[in-house]
Design a binder for this molecule. Structure first.
Ligand SMILES: [Zn+2]
Length: 410
């Protein structure tokens, strides 16, 4: 597809903004001057910001129909009384609609890719990724320890995760990873199996790490090590690892995370909603930790909007005395995407609130309206409307199924 995004304020590699065009050919950015180019589809971006698509680096899409149901409930009760019963009651169609609700919101908030981690529901979630055209990774949150009894149980979805990894080898947009629920619901032997499986398939691992003091206390008591040291020693942290949270970490842990090159995902709303605390982002950046940002769990936070997450991240770091620079925060959100010649044309166009301060700081502070989203040069959101799906019909069905699902628990 040939597209010109005309006269926007385009983000430069040094995070400044410059009025120019973005020329797209065959899914890639080919230049920044459309003089003399004719016959291309035109997007008028006058007065708007043109930025790379963002990566929502840690999400649980399948449980989207239960959005907000766990807000304000203490974490252990939330899992026991809300999340687990919802997961047990959900049908494949409900998982599909829940993932759709999340996916729609992700694109509306400027995301072109996501890293998803769900208990199961590989097929419905993959259907959503394909239908929306989203890029990213998928994995299952495998576990084999019952938190209540602390006994070993069967790891239920290992085969499904393996199927997913194999299936996604032929998918050009979505990659399969192996997943782990966290360091306390997986035995050492399961962690080892996952590490070996990931290496066998030359892929990575996606897991929650050092989220709350509960994990820290449990691992310290059983191994004498911190969560990060424990996982590092087991060899599960590497440049192919997505390690989510890292809130309850020491200075040594932060050094290890930097050394391992793991991609650490900051989820500020969920960390506050689930009473985990505020992650030491400044210390992690100072130690060269690769950082991303994600909305995490829609049940506990209700939030699927990455723009709101950026604002939350900035505000919460301010309470720790850290003025998180806009370019560092956006660097976390872009997940390696850039507007450079030859790069995939994953591009968003944002309409800032007026009066306009044409700065990237305003983009973070003011949750602008995302009017266009292009993935591989294809407009999946054009003038605020989805091009691939009937949003209204999907939301209508989702609303009905959400009520059905929630009433089945009462
Ligand atoms: Zn999570």
């Amino acid at each position: 597809m040939e597209v010109v995004i005309k006269d926007g304020l385009v983000l430069q590699p040094d995070f400044s903004l410059k009025k120019q065009d973005v020329v797209i050919d065959d899914g890639k950015i080919t230049g920044f001057d459309s003089t003399g180019i004719v016959g291309y589809e035109k997007i008028d971006a006058r007065g708007k910001l043109v930025l790379p698509g963002m990566l929502n680096a840690h999400v649980h899409m399948a449980i989207g129909l239960a959005k907000g149901l766990g807000v304000g409930i203490p974490v252990t009760e939330m899992f026991k009384k809300v999340l687990f019963p919802i997961e047990d009651a959900m049908t494949d169609e409900q998982a599909y609609l829940g993932a759709m609700v999340c996916g729609i919101e992700f694109i509306r908030s400027g995301c072109t890719s996501v890293n998803n981690l769900d208990k199961t529901w590989s097929k419905p979630v993959l259907r959503v990724m394909n239908e929306l055209g989203l890029k990213g990774t998928m994995a299952l949150a495998l576990k084999d320890i019952d938190l209540k009894t602390k006994e070993r149980t069967e790891c239920e979805y290992m085969k499904e995760n393996e199927w997913l990894v194999k299936e996604l080898r032929k998918n050009p947009r979505v990659k399969g990873l192996f997943g782990l629920a966290n360091e306390i619901e997986a035995s050492q032997s399961l962690i080892n199996d996952i590490k070996l499986a990931a290496s066998r398939y030359s892929t990575g691992v996606h897991l929650h790490v050092a989220e709350s003091v509960v994990e820290r206390g449990f691992i310290m008591q059983s191994t004498g090590k911190s969560s990060v040291r424990y996982l590092y020693d087991l060899g599960v942290l590497s440049e192919k690892t997505i390690a989510v949270h890292a809130v309850n970490v020491s200075s040594n842990d932060i050094r290890l995370l930097g050394k391992s090159k793991a991609f650490v995902v900051h989820c500020p709303s969920a960390n506050i909603a689930l009473d985990a605390g505020i992650a030491p982002v400044e210390e992690m950046l100072d130690n060269g930790v690769r950082l991303g940002i994600g909305v995490d769990d829609p049940v506990a936070t209700i939030n699927d909007d990455l723009l709101r997450e950026l604002y939350t991240a900035w505000v919460l770091q301010r309470t720790r005395g850290f003025n998180l620079p806009a370019e560092r925060l956006l660097g976390m959100a872009f997940g390696g995407n850039s507007l450079s010649a030859g790069a995939a044309a994953d591009v968003i166009v944002a309409d800032l609130r007026k009066p306009v301060l044409e700065t990237i700081q305003q983009f973070i502070m003011d949750s602008p309206k995302i009017v266009h989203v292009l993935i591989n040069g294809e407009p999946v959101l054009a003038d605020g409307k989805f091009t691939r799906i009937n949003e209204e019909k999907i939301m209508e069905k989702a609303e009905k199924e959400s009520r059905k699902l929630i009433s089945s628990l009462e």
